[in-house]
Write a protein that binds this ligand. Structure first.
Ligand SMILES: [Zn+2]
Ligand SMILES: [Zn+2]
Length: 327
């Protein structure tokens, strides 16, 4: 099977023919129909996540059809459509796994990082961590839900009751979160790179009330903000933009250093927190909610062998919505 392989960070992906692996106990093999391109893939490719010492196939927003079942799989049948997200495996025994916080499991393994992912014609996954995909979504529209949607959902859940929500960085995750927030009746304000008129227009087209540059406060104080851009300087900027009692959620797996800032920005019960990875419950909740919104992913399609171009376009901020690869 054809796959795009990262030999080691800092190098371009290479097209290679790899043997299609047979699924082991509890595993399924999918024929990949679509795989989203996520900022975390860039962090893997650019070496901002530690190199694990072996070549890897990136990609963790995978939609495909089950073509082979390992022993003991009863969640799926051959021909079913399934989605494979970032969370590939957890230990099931640690205090996090046993308290509904498997996203924090120290032994967790991740798709497209510890395990080969979906920049390929086939992928093998632990069936317990794969999701059935609602029929309402086409393959390409479903792929971005599996990380941009899921991480967006996990970042949004703690601030879903905030009246005025700011989104910093208007990429794949934010363009889905704005739809969740509008569905929940929140007022949404989008903060983009200064001068990014196109990004601001895209945000307005999705129903934000205001869109402007991230280095200035918005037109009124926010009750909460979510940071999707991996830029540490946005933490004090967002704290400055939220009202007393407000929460700033950092949604990325990697961020540049946060500059020091005066305590006055945190005082009056403002808080800063991060969200990490996802739980299977997050996936079930989002995929149940998505058809009701209905969540519509704006997709930019690339053939699989153009994965390097898709990554370059994401790195340069040239995408409007989510990049999706097709084998
Ligand atoms: Zn665990
Ligand atoms: Zn991701």
């Amino acid at each position: 099977m054809r796959a795009m392989v990262l030999p080691r960070p800092g190098l371009p992906l290479e097209a290679r023919d790899l043997p299609a692996r047979d699924p082991g106990p509890g595993e399924i093999r999918l024929r990949v129909a679509a795989c989203g391109v996520c900022r975390t893939d860039l962090h893997v490719v650019d070496g901002e996540l530690p190199f694990l010492g072996r070549p890897v196939v990136p990609g963790h927003e995978i939609v495909g059809r089950v073509e082979a079942l390992g022993p003991g799989v009863d969640r799926f049948r051959t021909g079913d459509r399934a989605g494979v997200p970032w969370l590939a495996w957890t230990c099931g025994a640690c205090r996090f796994c046993r308290s509904g916080r498997e996203n924090l499991c120290a032994r967790a393994q991740f798709t497209g990082y510890h395990r080969d992912g979906g920049y390929a014609e086939t992928v093998v996954a632990d069936a317990r961590y794969a999701f059935p995909i609602p029929a309402a979504f086409a393959d390409d529209a479903a792929a971005p839900l599996l990380c941009a949607g899921l991480i967006g959902y996990r970042a949004w859940a703690p601030v879903r009751a905030a009246g005025r929500l700011g989104l910093y960085g208007f990429g794949a995750a934010a363009h889905l979160v704005v739809q969740l927030a509008r569905h929940a009746g929140q007022r949404v304000f989008a903060f983009t790179r200064p001068g990014d008129a196109e990004g601001q227009a895209f945000a307005r087209s999705l129903g934000v009330e205001w869109a402007g540059p991230s280095d200035e406060p918005g037109p009124e104080p926010l009750d909460a903000a979510i940071l999707f851009a991996p830029v540490g300087a946005l933490v004090p900027a967002a704290l400055r933009a939220v009202d007393a009692g407000g929460t700033v959620v950092c949604a990325g797996i990697h961020m540049s250093d946060i500059p020091s800032f005066p305590y006055a920005l945190l005082w009056r019960e403002r808080s800063v927190r991060s969200v990490a990875n996802l739980t299977r419950s997050d996936g079930e909740e989002l995929l149940a909610l998505a058809p009701a919104v209905p969540l519509r992913a704006e997709v930019v399609r690339y053939p699989l062998d153009r994965a390097n171009q898709a990554l370059a376009d994401l790195r340069a901020g040239r995408l409007r919505g989510a990049a999706v690869l097709f084998p």
